[in-house]
Design a protein around this ligand. Structure first.
Ligand code: SF4
Length: 177
């Protein structure tokens, strides 16, 4: 059976449709990239009450280059809109840990899809292209409405396969590009 490239979710972030999940989910240490310490699942103190960053226009000047460099690859708005129907932990604090857990599960899947999408530009043999498409399909569970859909073994096994697959493409990369 020939398997083509599956329909992909949005793979670029749209913070306007997200509940500022990355500003809550991840810890950071005070240092070159962040100007303060923050724990996992603790809202950044620079967040305002509308999921916005109160220092967004001055992130670099205020020592938050780590935030500028970050992207969730579209996982944030997907979790917020598709898995939580646009709800927010700011309105219902009980949702906080469920939403941040979902971001931590979906983000690596979206990053893997970005890598595989880019890899498809390499002129690889048909068997490798088919394997790439199969991994992408597995990483796009149909009609996903719950984080459990992304935690299924088929999805997680495909995610684990990506780092083993990419080096197989090395012989086909055009070094003149
Ligand atoms: S998780 Fe993604 S979409 Fe949400 S605020 Fe962070 S970068 Fe933006």
């Amino acid at each position: 059976m020939h398997m083509g490239q599956p329909d992909l979710p949005e793979l670029t972030h749209d913070c306007s449709r997200c509940a500022a999940l990355c500003c809550v989910a991840y810890p950071f240490d005070k240092g070159a990239e962040f100007a303060l310490d923050k724990d996992t699942d603790a809202p950044c103190p620079k967040l305002n009450s509308a999921h916005g960053c109160s220092i967004h226009d001055g992130l670099v000047q205020q020592g938050f280059t780590g935030c500028v460099a970050y992207s969730c690859a579209g996982a944030g708005q997907r979790v917020t809109q598709e898995l939580f129907d646009g709800e927010s932990w700011q309105d219902d604090p009980d949702l906080l840990r469920h939403m941040t857990h979902a971001l931590r599960v979906v983000r690596p899947i979206h990053e893997a899809l970005l890598i595989l999408q880019e890899a498809l530009n390499i002129p690889m043999p048909d068997d490798l292209r088919a394997r790439c498409h199969a991994m992408m399909a597995a990483l796009c569970p149909q009609d996903a409405t719950s984080i459990w859909d992304f935690e299924e073994p088929e999805v997680q096994e495909a995610l684990a396969e990506v780092p083993n697959f990419i080096p197989l493409l090395a012989p086909y990369v055009d070094m003149r590009a």
